[in-house]
Ligand binder design. Structure first.
Ligand code: 3PG
Length: 212
């Protein structure tokens, strides 16, 4: 296992659930990240889907003690590099391109690349990846699909994401090839807009109590 994979694993092993955030303003990202960390979720993925996302990564990296902030929805090399510059400690992509893989190779910051089929997993294994995001988990085939990959593709670990909530997280977390799951349910839009950090800490605590 490479040093970068070990680094990625040590971040993903911090908790059973990685919050996946879409943030509209960098300021509220700090309060939100503090609330998640207080509930026990230290590794946080901020998706690059809003104009505020890079500033949010920067703010959380600088201001939130105990947080391990990563950048998600990385679709190209330029965004990979910008996310690393902003302070991301890990990078997540829904799938891969040659450009993303080449940026990952050149960077000290590890990539959690997305895959949804046996061929995608095999291609990423050939490129040296042992830890992948299974995306979109529920839509691609749920936990049963991922379970079916565990024997032929033994040795690959997954962080399933997409359609996961407190209700079905255990279906994934109980699989031998799952290290943690990702999900946005711990940061619902209405609670974030209202700045209800206590409610978010409660959701984070429930998620943190799941068994990885
Ligand atoms: C995403 O990238 O949107 C994640 O997969 C989050 O999915 P979710 O909102 O269904 O948890």
């Amino acid at each position: 296992m490479t040093g970068k994979t070990e680094k990625l694993l040590s971040i993903l092993k911090l908790q059973p659930v990685v919050p996946v955030l879409i943030v509209d303003d960098a300021k509220s990202a700090v309060g939100l990240a503090r609330a998640l960390v207080a509930g026990g979720l230290k590794a946080i993925e901020i998706t690059m889907r809003t104009p505020a996302a890079l500033d949010a990564v920067r703010a959380v990296a600088d201001e939130v003690e105990g947080a391990n902030v990563g950048a998600g929805t990385i679709l190209n090399a330029r965004d990979y590099e910008a996310a690393v510059k902003a302070g991301s400690t890990f990078i997540v992509s829904p799938g891969v391109t040659p450009g993303v893989l080449s940026a990952a190779k050149d960077s000290p910051v590890p990539l959690l690349p997305g895959a949804a089929t046996a061929s995608e997993v095999m291609t990423l294994r050939e490129a040296g990846y042992e830890v992948l995001k299974f995306f979109p988990a529920e839509q691609a085939g749920c936990a049963a699909y991922l379970k079916a990959l565990s024997s032929p593709l033994a040795g690959t670990l997954f962080c399933p994401t997409g359609g996961i909530s407190l209700k079905n997280a255990n279906d994934y977390l109980s699989l031998p090839n799952v290290i943690c799951v990702g999900g946005s349910w711990v940061a619902p839009k209405d609670l974030v807009s209202a700045g209800d950090w206590a409610a978010i800490t409660k959701l984070a605590s429930e998620a943190a109590a799941l068994k990885a």
